[in-house]
Design a protein around this ligand. Structure first.
Ligand code: THU
Length: 292
C-alpha cells in the first residue's frame, strides 16, 4: 500500500503511521485487491478547513471528523481499470480532522489511536464504494469495518495485546514491519517484504527487501534491518517481525543464519495479519546452528 501523507504540521508518530498502513492494507486485501498496487492519500486538517470542505462538497456547514473523496464510483469501476505492469491504483483522498478525532476518542473512552484508525478504515471503505445510506448498506459497511478492526486486534478494548516471551509487543512490531514493506524495491518478484527488528535498547530498526537485476545480489528485508542496526551500533536483539501484504513471510534460511550470528533466543514473529501472529524463537527455526 502506498501512502501519501499530508501532515500539515501534525507530526504522525511512527507506531500510528504503521497502524494506518496496516489498516489500509487489510481493507484492500479484504476486497480482493492487491494491496501492493493500491495507494491512498491522507491529509490532516484543522476544524475550519474540514468545515469548509464539508460545506463545499456536501452542503453541510459543520465540522466533521473525516471526509472521503473517491476516485471510483465503486469496486466494479475500480477493478475494470486497465493497469500497466508497474502502475498503482490511487483509491482516493481521505481528509481527517485530528481535533474532532480527539474529542470523539474522549467521548467514547478509547484511545486517540483507535479513533484515528477507525475513521481511516471507515473512509477507505467509502473510497471502495461502501456507504451507509440505508440500513442494509450500513450493516454491510459495519461488517467489513469490524473485520479489519478485528484483524488489527491491538485496537480492541477487549483483546489484550499479545506479548512474546521477551515482552515485545507483537502487534506493534508486526505493524511496523508491514509499514516498512511500503519501501520495498521488488520489481522482479512483486513480493514486498518488511521487517522490524527490536534491539535491546528498545529501538526498532526497519528494513525491506531490495532486489537487483542481478538477482542474487538482492537482499531480504530481515538482513536489511539487521545491517542497519549493526551499522548503528546495536548487536543484541529481542524480537523481529516480518510481514508482507501478500501474507506470511517467514525468514528464509540465509536470514535465519544471518540473524543467528547475534543470538538465537530472538523471537521471530510473522503471520498473515495482526490477529493471526505466530512467534517462534530463532533457535526453533534454525536448530543446530553453525557456529565457529
Ligand atoms: N524475501 C525477504 O525479504 N525475506 C524473506 O525472508 C523471504 C524472501 C524477499 C526476497 C525477494 O526480494 C522476495 O522476497 C521474493 O523472494
Amino acid at each position: 500500500m502506498k501512502f501519501y501523507l499530508e501532515e500539515d504540521g501534525h507530526q504522525l508518530e511512527e507506531p500510528l503511521r504503521g497502524q494506518l498502513l496496516c489498516a489500509a492494507t487489510f481493507c484492500a486485501a479484504l476486497e480482493g485487491l492487491d494491496p501492493a498496487r493500491c495507494a491512498v492519500s491522507l491529509s490532516f486538517v484543522e476544524p475550519e478547513e474540514i468545515r469548509r470542505l464539508n460545506r463545499e462538497y456536501r452542503e453541510n456547514d459543520s465540522v466533521t471528523d473525516v471526509l472521503s473523496f473517491p476516485q471510483f464510483a465503486d469496486l466494479d469501476e475500480l477493478r475494470a481499470q486497465p493497469l500497466g505492469d508497474e502502475e498503482e491504483i490511487l483509491l482516493g483522498d481521505v481528509v481527517l480532522c485530528l481535533e474532532k478525532a480527539k474529542q470523539q476518542a474522549e467521548e467514547y473512552g478509547h484511545s486517540l489511536e483507535r479513533e484515528i484508525v477507525y475513521l481511516f478504515v471507515h473512509s477507505i471503505f467509502h473510497l471502495l464504494g461502501y456507504d451507509h445510506m440505508n440500513e442494509a448498506d450500513k450493516a454491510a459497511m459495519r461488517a467489513v469495518e469490524e473485520e479489519v478492526m478485528e484483524r488489527m486486534r491491538l485496537l480492541r478494548k477487549d483483546a489484550p495485546e499479545q506479548e512474546d516471551a521477551a515482552g515485545a509487543n507483537m502487534h506493534r512490531l508486526y505493524a511496523a514491519a508491514l509499514a516498512a514493506a511500503e519501501q520495498s524495491y521488488s520489481p522482479y518478484s512483486h513480493f514486498p517484504v518488511g521487517a522490524a527488528l527490536l534491539g535491546e535498547s528498545g529501538r526498532v530498526y526497519t528494513g525491506c527487501n531490495v532486489e537487483n537485476a542481478c538477482y542474487n545480489v538482492g537482499i531480504c528485508a530481515e538482513r536489511c534491518a539487521c545491517l542497519k542496526a549493526v551499522s548503528e551500533g546495536e548487536r543484541k536483539f529481542r524480537a523481529i517481525a516480518v510481514a508482507s501484504p501478500k501474507g506470511d513471510a517467514w525468514p528464509c534460511g540465509a536470514c535465519r543464519q544471518f540473524l543467528a550470528e547475534f543470538g538465537t533466543d530472538l523471537s521471530v514473529i510473522s503471520g498473515p495479519d495482526a490477529a493471526h501472529l505466530e512467534c517462534h524463537p530463532l533457535s526453533e527455526l534454525l536448530p543446530k546452528t553453525f557456529t565457529l
